[in-house]
Structure formats: C-alpha cells, structure tokens
Design a protein around this ligand. Structure first.
Ligand code: PMT
Length: 408
C-alpha cells in the first residue's frame, strides 16, 4: 500500500446501497497515505451523508457542478487536474451509462471528462442489471477507453438476489487502487537523479543560486521508485522531505553535485539531470564576510562550473543520459542544441519564462526530445508529469538496449 503515499485521489460515490462501504474505503485510502477528496452524486447523498465523508477525508465533500462556493475553493477543472487517480465506488448502472455516452451533466461525470488521470470504476448493482446487455455494452465501451473496472464480486445481494454485481470489499478496492501506481518498468534498474539548485559560495554567508525548488526532480524520484527502480537522488538545498525508499545525497555546490553523481556511476543505468546547476561560481570564496566598501560598483569574477550531465554522457561506459533544458525563448531549438552538444539520449524542454510552470511551481509542461522525435506532454502537476516522463524514459532506455544488442 506504500504506493498510495502522497497520492491525490478523487473518490466518486454514486447512488447505491454499497455507498456505506465508501466510508471504510475512504479511511483505508487515507491510512495508506493518500489525500482523498470525495465527490458525491445527488443520489449518493440518499445513502450516506456528506458529513460522514467529510469527517473521514478531512475535506469538504464536492457535490455540485455550479456551486459558486466550491468553485471559489477548488474549481472543477482544478479538481480534475489535481487528481492522480479517480476511483468511483460504488459505480451505479446509471452512472456507468452516463459515462459511457460521454455525458457531463453533473460534477462527477464532468470531472471524468476533464481529467487526464486514470479512472477506475467499482460497479455495484443488482445481478440482473449487471447482466443486462446495455450495461455490458457500456462497460465494454469504457474498457476500450482504458478505464479500469474493479469487479464486481458475486454473492448474496441486498435485494435478496444472488449473483454478480456486488461491489468489491474496501480492502480489495484499496489494494487494486495501489496497484495502479506501479508499472514495474524500471524493476532492477538503478536511476540517478539530480534535483534542486546549487549554491556557489561568495563568502561564509552569501551565495549565487537560482529559484529551483527541487519539485520536478523529487517527483521523478518518486515515480522511478514506483516503477521499481533503486534511486539515488543527488539534491541541492531544497525544502522537501526525502521521498520514501530513495537514497538522498545532499550537496551544495556544482562541484559537490558532480562528485556525488560520479560516485559508483558504473552502477547507474539511467541518469536524469533535473537540477538547475549554476553555470558559474566565484573564482574565490572569501574566508570572512565581505565588507561593504565605499565603491558604488563591485566586480565579481566567476569561473565556469563543470557540466555534470555532459561529463556523465561523455563517460566511456555511460548510462542512458537524460537532461532538462530550461529555456525562456526558442525553447525547442535551444533544447535540441543542448541534446546534441551534451551528447544526451533525451532532453526534456520546459519554458521557464512562465510563472505557472517550470521553476518553483507545482505544475509543468514539457516536450521530450530525442534525436528523431519530439513529444509534448501538456500542463499537469509535476507528480503526474513525472509518472509519464518515467514511463517514456523507461521505454526509450529499453529501445536503446535493443538497438545496441543489434549493432553488437
Ligand atoms: O526544481 P523545480 O522548481 O521543480 O523546477 C524544475 C526545473 C525548471 C529546474 C527543471 O524542470 C529544469 O528545467 N531543470 C534544468 C535546469 C537547467 O539548469 O537547465 P539548463 O538548460 O541550464 O541545463 C541543461 C541541462 O544541463 C540540465 O539537465 C542541467 O541539469 C544540466 N547541467 C547544466 C549546467 C551544469 N553545469 N551541469 C549540468 O548538469
């Protein structure tokens, strides 16, 4: 269940007797470390009160699409982007039909249309309704759209019938939800990730640095762990806790980041450079605090820092090497230049002139560039993007192994 730690889950509850089990499901997801926001349809509130779910989830329950108060708090589009996963449990026959026909006539269906997070449904209904051809066709349509269907189970039903249509038990639903977060695409692989800024000291109390928060690199570390990798996170000074199961090495300067990156580099299969490394450092670090003089202008002498990702990519037995390109103009052209000059396998370009993405924001939008392709991933939370980026990096890494096998 560790895979649910810090995951942002929307639990959708629709009208059905199994809605009472959603209280226990909320508790289990929360205990496993997920942040849960509950969305209820109007008929769900006939079976269980929003107050119960609010108490268990720790957040107000979202119920209405056009509620000014909710929209002012977290609007429906924001909520759709916030989610790492939407789980609808119980999903009634009516809800499944509305979703299959692409409707957006209440908050929950609208969220499903607006999100790019995975969606999972736990059907719950009478056995005859489940067996009905219309329901089966609707379920098949949803499965074609890559929506996961959990269950249903079979057995005695609230109405007295026996057969398929029972919602799976909350423990089973929590387990299946956790499984959604692991792809195993990096099982047995070792991934090094640089993250955050570097600090280049001028004197004992001052330094040159930048606005990197480390969020992008840390999200990549979490996603790589979830994909089964062993992760060394070489981190500049940031205000983030070390992700679970990650080996974090804390550094300050570019020189320290280089040394930590090269340590045991022969064990590294994939190297991802998400850090914003200072290109220059002062030629000398003053032993004592530099005193303010009478001059109006002070000159600083800087010397170029080593290029960490280019050094790694230049090694004889180099790992699969991925860089980031932080650009403010001609983003793709400059990124392609860096891909070639630094001899990288992939570069991930982001526009750092925007305040809503890039440096120190919770979201990003990137283009993944290889020698032959460019693939744009639209704006999303850094955590969601990281999962997609790790899957692409893993796929390209596997492809590179196949190519080198063929050429040997
Ligand atoms: O940390 P966040 O607030 O979440 O912000 C994320 C980010 C914007 C910092 C991240 O997405 C990003 O773009 N990181 C790279 C920033 C950068 O320094 O880009 P660059 O275009 O200057 O460098 C190109 C590549 O060379 C990068 O992979 C960089 O890590 C690497 N580099 C640069 C200089 C140097 N001396 N050594 C390096 O390894």
């Amino acid at each position: 269940m560790q895979r649910l730690t810090n995951k942002q889950i929307i639990l959708g509850i629709t009208g059905g007797i199994a809605a009472y089990k959603s209280a226990e499901l909320t508790r289990l997801l929360k205990t496993a470390g997920a942040d849960v926001r509950v969305v209820m349809t109007a008929s769900a509130t006939e079976f269980i009160t929003p107050l119960t779910l609010q108490a268990l989830s720790g957040h107000p329950v979202h119920q209405h699409l056009l509620d000014p108060e909710s929209e002012a708090g977290m609007g429906h589009i924001e909520l759709a982007k916030w989610a790492d996963l939407i789980l609808i449990a119980p999903a009634s026959a009516n809800f499944i039909a509305r979703m299959a026909s692409g409707q957006g006539n209440d908050l929950l269906t609208t969220l499903c249309l607006a999100t790019d997070a995975p969606i999972c449904l736990a059907p719950a209904m009478n056995q005859a309704m489940w067996r009905d051809t219309g329901t089966q066709e609707n379920v098949a349509r949803l499965q074609q759209r890559a929506i996961s269907i959990f269950g249903p189970g079979s057995g005695e039903q609230a109405c007295g019938d026996t057969g398929p249509g029972r919602m799976l038990e909350p423990t089973e639903l929590a387990r299946l939800t956790a499984n959604q977060f692991s792809s195993h695409s990096l099982t047995g692989k070792t991934v090094y990730i640089t993250a955050g800024p570097t600090r280049e000291a001028l004197d004992p109390v001052r330094y040159i640095s930048n606005h990197s928060s480390g969020k992008m690199g840390y999200a990549l570390a979490e996603a790589a762990i979830e994909a089964g990798a062993r992760v060394k996170l070489i981190s500049g000074p940031v205000n983030l806790p070390a992700p679970a199961r990650v080996d974090r090495v804390s550094v300050e300067s570019a020189e320290e980041m280089l040394q930590a990156s090269l340590k045991d580099i022969e064990q590294c299969d994939i190297f991802i450079a998400a850090a914003a490394v200072a290109d220059y450092r002062p030629t000398a670090v003053a032993e004592h605090k530099i005193k303010k003089g009478s001059e109006e202008i002070m000159e600083l002498h800087l010397v170029k820092n080593p290029d960490i990702v280019a050094t790694v990519a230049g090694l004889e037995d180099k790992p699969f090497t991925v860089g980031f390109a932080a650009e403010t103009q001609d983003v793709l052209a400059y990124a392609r230049g860096k891909l070639e000059r630094k001899k990288l396998d992939l570069i991930i370009a982001n526009d750092v002139s925007r305040s809503d993405i890039g440096f120190n924001s919770d979201e990003n939008a990137v283009t993944v560039i290889s020698a032959t392709e460019a693939d744009t991933l639209p704006q999303a939370s850094k955590r969601q993007l990281a999962v997609r980026l790790i899957e692409r990096i893993a796929a390209q890494y596997q492809a590179s192994l196949t190519t080198s096998d063929l050429t040997e």
